[in-house]
Design a binder for this molecule. Sequence first.
Ligand SMILES: [Zn+2]
Length: 121
Amino acid sequence: MLSNTLSIIGKTIGQQLNNGSDTTAVIDFFRNYKVGMWVYPGVLKRRFSLDIGTVYALFAALEREGVLQSYYEMYCSHCQKSIGTAVLFNQLPDTFECEICHSELPALENSVVIYKVIRDD
Ligand SMILES: [Zn+2]
């Protein structure tokens, strides 16, 4: 991450996280990310012992700031396996077929929201 984007991230983290959180460490976490890289909310949650709701609120704020873009990654709830496809919300099909067990699954209920870095300047 370059300095303009990091300063936006720092400001947003300051607004979104409690005073008790280690905001410097969270900013350092983002420092290694570059445009086009995926950021998984679950990774941030585990690394910093954050509430998942707090993580999603932070990521939504970063999306509003133009740093991140949300995507949907479809996974099979039988196999617990990602089918490796991330799409924008309006590209999400009604259903998809798992390539392993061939179940036909409703897409929205079998997706997790992940984020892609879209700004780094
Ligand atoms: Zn499956």
